[in-house]
Design a binder for this molecule. Structure first.
Ligand code: GTP
Ligand code: MG
Length: 205
């Protein structure tokens, strides 16, 4: 898919205030610092569309980016970051379940995990939550530039193995790097395919 335009639309602390139109949207979620905002910049080919930082806890609101004037990418705060104050943690962590439970326009979530690490409890629990709530998701492994191809293969296999302890089948997954654009076409093609499916459904109804 070709990205012709990518624009920041709004930041919100409440799901009810998010864009009202019915465009399909794709959300990025995962631990703080895993690379959600960087991935949005990589996919859209913009350096600073989404704000990134070496320190966790950068993204604190629900951010909508309108792509090609007809679908949204959504950057969310990360979970699992302990160093923000208790009250602000409570407040922004509340968006996450609200967003996933209430946002009708969400068609697919991408759960990001750092390819260098073993499966972490907090991510596995989050995926379980998505499964229990019937929210479709794919996994995106991030920071693949930090590992050699063999190690990538080994870590992905180990991760999928871990998932198979609780899931009957593993979700679709992508291996990406925001610094070297690995996985860009694959993720964009999946979004394009899903957009087409959504349009076909709309035409049927
Ligand atoms: P929060 O908004 O705090 O939840 O973090 P985030 O998940 O949005 O992470 P962000 O995109 O801000 O990136 C965190 C750090 O990881 C930054 O220093 C990025 O430069 C770095 N980073 C992100 N993606 C990659 C990648 O693919 N490769 C490498 N080497 N570094 C990355
Ligand atoms: Mg961020």
């Amino acid at each position: 898919m070709i990205i012709k335009s990518a624009e920041f639309v709004m930041s919100n602390s409440e799901v009810a205030k998010c864009p009202k139109n019915n465009l399909p949207e794709y959300a990025f979620i995962g631990r703080s610092n895993v690379g959600k905002s960087s991935l949005i910049n990589m996919l859209t080919n913009h350096k600073n569309l989404a704000k990134t930082s070496g320190r966790p806890g950068k993204t604190q609101l629900i951010n909508h980016f309108l792509i090609n004037k007809n679908w949204f990418l959504v950057d969310l705060p990360g979970y699992g970051y302990a160093r923000v104050s208790k009250s602000s943690k409570k407040q922004f962590q509340r968006f996450i379940p609200d967003y996933f439970q209430e946002r009708q326009q969400l068609v697919l979530a991408f759960v990001l995990v750092d390819i260098r690490h073993e499966a972490q409890k907090i991510d596995l629990e989050f995926m379980e939550y998505m499964g229990e709530n019937g929210i479709p998701f794919s996994i995106i492994f991030t920071k693949a530039d930090k590992l050699k191809p063999k190690a990538i293969e080994r870590n992905v296999a180990a991760y999928l193995q871990e998932l198979l302890k609780t899931w009957e089948e593993t979700p679709q997954y992508f291996v990406t790097s925001s610094s070297s654009a690995i996985g860009r076409d694959e993720v964009l093609n999946e979004i394009e395919r899903t957009n087409r499916q959504m349009n076909a459904l709309k035409e049927q109804s």
